[in-house]
Design a protein around this ligand. Structure first.
Ligand SMILES: Cc1cc2nc3c(=O)[nH]c(=O)nc-3n(C[C@H](O)[C@H](O)[C@H](O)COP(=O)(O)OP(=O)(O)OC[C@H]3O[C@@H](n4cnc5c(N)ncnc54)[C@H](O)[C@@H]3O)c2cc1C
Length: 370
């Protein structure tokens, strides 16, 4: 079953704001449980969303229209949500970008099938209209650069097009004139997404163009070949000397874009969909430390070669988490004492502070607020 729960059967979808009054009679988890039993997406604080529509976007990407409950805060283009689905009795969470401008209280995500991937394949194979998914609040700040009145260069690779398309479409929806271009790479021709929509935007906005790159099809005049290179970057910088560059895709693509454009153009905004290279990798010599969990009163032993999140899960704990890449901040929790190290940026946290469990490891015995 793809959904956390599915299909409405009578419990009012939009409950009046009675949660506060009910507080004396029923606990939050009981309220959510009974709403769920009645097939409603109403919840005390959690965000549930009903699947309104499903359609394929190219050969590998499923666009999902979602109507979240009223706990969902308003989202802006370029943001992402963590989506949780229950697979084999375990709640699995992944991040997905909002892929179309929000409309009538509905948001969209577009999920690319990842070979061997757990959640993306589960969603493609099992999700149905009427099912319900759990969402996080939207996060991420890719849209910051839209406020600047500069020409815009959008760089998208693979599923990175989801966030980029939304940034472009949202500006058009607001009636703003698009000025700049989108360069969009896919590995196979049949994977291109939002083709009709992007072509229509080019028609409506003469100062905006789309260039599609597909190295697997060198014969078609529809597609360019080549990678994001120094030459290509130089051409773009010459065309848009003070432009804003937005890049989204895997970490290698975003890393290359950052190297070519950061500090060179008017503004550079990027989001990577795969984990950035970790500093130093695993520590050479494995050591073991004790992690005291102050709320549960338990103590677990962790290896210096494991992330704190992995170690906690191995010990049977289920701390909240999202992207598992140090991006979404869902797993941040308080560290009271000891020393941990963020493996992405090498920063060491000594004593009290906030620790991202998914990308941090213990450097000593530590105390966590769990
Ligand atoms: C901010 C952000 C936004 C994102 N937005 C989107 C979006 O809009 N659309 C989109 O499609 N994706 C997006 N992603 C990526 C998405 O979150 C997932 O990572 C993606 O869907 C794959 O999840 P999965 O569960 O299918 O794959 P996973 O099960 O997590 O597997 C990922 C890869 O690892 C391999 N793998 C898994 N287990 C093993 C193992 N034991 N040994 C070796 N290899 C293994 C799999 O074969 C697969 O290739 C985004 C990510 C981030 C961080």
């Amino acid at each position: 079953m793809a959904s956390v729960f599915s299909s409405s059967n009578g419990f009012p979808e939009r409950m009046p704001r009675v949660a506060g009054m009910l507080g004396a009679l029923i606990s939050e988890s009981q309220f959510d449980f009974w709403a769920r039993e009645f097939g409603s997406i109403t919840a005390w604080r959690r965000v549930f969303a009903r699947v309104q529509s499903l359609h394929m976007e190219g050969a590998e990407t499923l666009s999902i229209g979602l109507r979240p409950n009223r706990n969902f805060q308003s989202a802006v283009a370029g943001q992402h949500v963590n989506v949780s689905v229950e697979i084999g009795g375990r709640l699995c969470t992944r991040s997905y970008s909002l892929s179309r401008p929000a409309e009538g209280g509905c948001v969209s995500i577009s999920v690319r099938r990842e070979p061997g991937g757990l959640v993306s394949n589960h969603i493609h194979d099992h999700l149905q209209v009427g099912d319900v998914l759990e969402l996080s609040q939207p996060y991420g700040g890719l849209s910051e650069g839209l406020a600047e009145a500069r020409a815009q260069v959008f760089l998208a690779a693979g599923s990175g097009i989801t966030a980029i398309y939304n940034l472009i479409a949202e500006q058009a929806r607001r009636g703003e004139a698009l000025r700049g271009e989108l360069l969009y790479w896919e590995k196979q021709v049949d994977r291109f997404c939002f083709t009709e929509e992007l072509d229509a935007l080019c028609q409506a906005h003469p100062q905006f163009s789309v260039k599609r790159f597909c190295n697997a099809d060198a014969s078609s005049s529809l597609y360019s070949t080549g990678r994001l290179s120094t030459e290509l970057a130089a051409q773009l910088c010459e065309r848009y000397p003070n432009g804003s560059v937005f890049a989204c895709g895997g970490s290698a693509f975003v890393g290359a874009a950052r190297e070519l454009f950061s500090g060179v153009v008017g503004g550079f905004y990027a989001e990577a969909f795969s984990p950035p290279q970790r500093l130093g990798g695993d520590v050479a010599e494995e050591r073991f430390f004790e992690v005291s969990l102050t709320r549960s009163g338990q103590t677990i032993t962790v290896s210096s070669q494991q992330s704190l999140l992995d170690a906690l899960e191995d010990a049977g704990h289920r701390p909240p988490h999202g992207c598992r890449m140090g991006i979404c901040n869902s797993c941040s929790c308080g560290q009271r004492s000891g020393e941990s190290q963020n493996q992405l940026n090498g920063e060491q946290l000594r004593g009290a502070g906030s620790v991202r469990l998914c990308v941090s490891r213990a450097n000593s015995n530590i105390e966590l607020d769990i």
